[in-house]
Design a protein around this ligand. Structure first.
Ligand code: NDP
Length: 487
């Protein structure tokens, strides 16, 4: 794989080289080796892609919902047929363990295409009688949408954005993150094989500058971004100039609250999944684990023992639990937070540094790390780290823990473990977060709306709610009588 060909742009159903001849490199984060060069789109490439999308969208929107749905369902089938190769490519490019990528990445992308394929024929308006007549509404496609992806779930994000957009009759220009540019191109190939008209899904590669060309482009009606809070704000500001609508899926610092009556083993599993899956690079992660003081010792013992069994290693090896950080820069950032945690008085219970065991020394590996002896004001408890760093916090009462859990600029997600059904729902209601799991963590079935409150974002992905962001609602009034004019 190290000598993979240059990866080009995908515009109007074919690979094209960038007009300016600019390329960037993508690397294997487990070894530091270059995988290939990737084309970087400039303004003229973006203009071409928009012109192509305009043609494609007209053809696509003229097809029935059922016809569009069939293309999406067929693409889902193709994703499943090519699952092994796609999962390997995702693991190679992003460092995600191969134990995860077939299901969590390729499988969830396929689920999403299947779901929206099934929904495409069901988009409908409403009818209501009103004085003098009636009105009806028409959910219409917004036109050309841009999807801008983060690097942690590359093919899943490409599917989560394109499936509802396409089901509703839009075209999409998708820009993957520069760190994980490869699998979106494969999705484009599979869309084409499934019968998607040329231009309906174009892939524009590049850096933040290419993203800015999308947010500024007058031909694009909507932006859906997954990324950091700062990027979300920049995108929203830029989109304001041409009044594009935006969906923003941003960062988080989510609380997991474990009460004294919780099933301890399940709670430990959830805390581990919510901090170490995908090396902790998940936006909804439960990075603040609040444990009731009466069960704290037992919980910590189990958590540390199980965390110490996690196997770091080659992402392509089936028994690897934890792969590398996506890039050397990102690893440096995560290690910086770990140092800061130590400096501010946090006590490391396990992990706490870079992993350089034989075979890992050239990769960006960080040990799964658990911090204790923290308070809510410390940097690592307040800021998103986006790595395998779990912060343990103790609490004594429900009211106290809710106040502390909600005292964050973020509001993406949260979890509660308890056997008390009334308390579970009470806490879910009071949690200031867009997604709450009761006795579970980080499961995101496509049927369920996904999106954050406060600085964690705007809008919802997945579920039928996603259509609200990819359609514009037209109201048509129909008179049933004469025009009653006073003059
Ligand atoms: P970034 O915000 O750095 O980048 C996201 C995307 O935006 C990339 O494609 C990036 O390009 C592009 N971009 C950067 N600047 C601009 C700009 N000014 N205008 C337009 N596009 C721009 O996020 P990361 O890729 O580092 O992803 C990690 C972040 O994503 C974390 O904060 C995480 O919480 C969040 N996230 C949120 C999720 C959610 O659903 N709520 C899910 C997954 C991640 P380039 O890559 O070339 O810099």
């Amino acid at each position: 794989m190290a000598d993979m060909d240059d990866q080009l742009l995908w515009i109007h159903g074919t690979y094209v080289a960038p007009d300016q001849g600019q390329y960037f490199d993508t690397f294997n984060p487990a070894t530091g080796e270059k995988i290939c060069r990737v084309a970087e789109a400039g303004q003229s490439d973006v203009d071409k892609a928009v012109a192509s999308a305009s043609k494609g969208q007209a053809e696509w929107a003229a097809m029935s919902g059922a016809e569009r749905g069939r293309v999406l369902v067929k693409t889902a089938q193709l994703l499943r047929e090519h699952c092994d190769a796609l999962a390997r490519l995702e693991s190679l490019d992003g460092g995600k363990p191969i134990a995860e990528t077939p299901e969590a990445d390729v499988g969830s992308a396929a689920d999403c295409l299947e779901f929206f394929g099934g929904q495409a024929a069901s988009l409908h308006g409403e009818y209501q009688s009103v004085p003098g007549g009636f009105f009806y509404t028409r959910p219409e496609p917004v036109g050309i949408c841009a999807g801008i992806g983060a690097w942690n779930y590359p093919i899943q994000i490409a599917a989560w954005k394109s499936a509802p957009a396409l089901a509703a009759g839009n075209a999409m220009l998708f820009k993957p993150a520069e760190l994980t540019p490869l699998t979106a191109l494969k999705l484009a190939e599979l869309y084409q094989q499934a019968g998607l008209p040329d231009g309906v899904f174009n892939v524009i590669q590049g850096m933040a500058d290419t993203g800015k060309m999308l947010t500024a482009h007058p031909g694009i009606a909507k932006i859906s971004l997954t990324g950091e809070v700062g990027t979300g704000k920049a995108v929203m500001r830029a989109a304001a100039d041409s009044l594009k609508s935006v969906t923003l899926e941003l960062g988080g610092k989510s609380p997991l609250i474990i009460f004294d009556d919780a099933d301890l083993d399940n709670a430990v599993s959830a805390a581990m999944l919510g901090n170490f899956y995908t090396q902790g690079q998940i936006c909804t992660n439960s990075t603040r684990v609040f444990v009731h003081e009466s069960i704290r010792e037992a919980f910590v013992q189990k958590l540390v023992a199980r965390t110490q069994k996690l196997k770091l290693g080659d992402p392509l090896s089936p028994d690897t639990d934890v792969g590398p950080m996506v890039s050397a820069d990102h690893m440096a950032g995560v290690l910086g937070y770990i140092d800061k945690g130590k400096q501010e008085g946090g006590k490391v219970l396990t992990g706490g540094g870079r992993a350089t065991n034989p075979g890992l020394e050239n990769g960006n590996f960080v040990e799964p790390t658990i911090f204790d002896n923290l308070d809510d004001t410390m940097t690592i408890v307040r800021e998103e780290i986006f790595g395998p760093v779990l912060s343990l916090l103790a609490f004594s009462s429900e009211q106290e823990v809710l106040e502390r859990a909600n005292a964050s600029e973020f509001g993406l997600a949260g979890g509660v473990f308890t056997k008390d059904i009334q308390r579970a729902h009470r806490v879910a209601e009071k949690m200031d977060a867009g997604i709450v799991w009761i006795n579970q963590y980080n499961l995101t079935p496509v049927e369920m709306p996904f999106g954050g409150f406060k600085q964690s974002g705007i809008g919802k992905e997945n579920s039928r709610r996603a259509f609200e962001h990819y359609t514009r609602l037209k109201t048509v009034y129909v008179a049933e009588g004469d025009v009653d004019a006073p003059y």
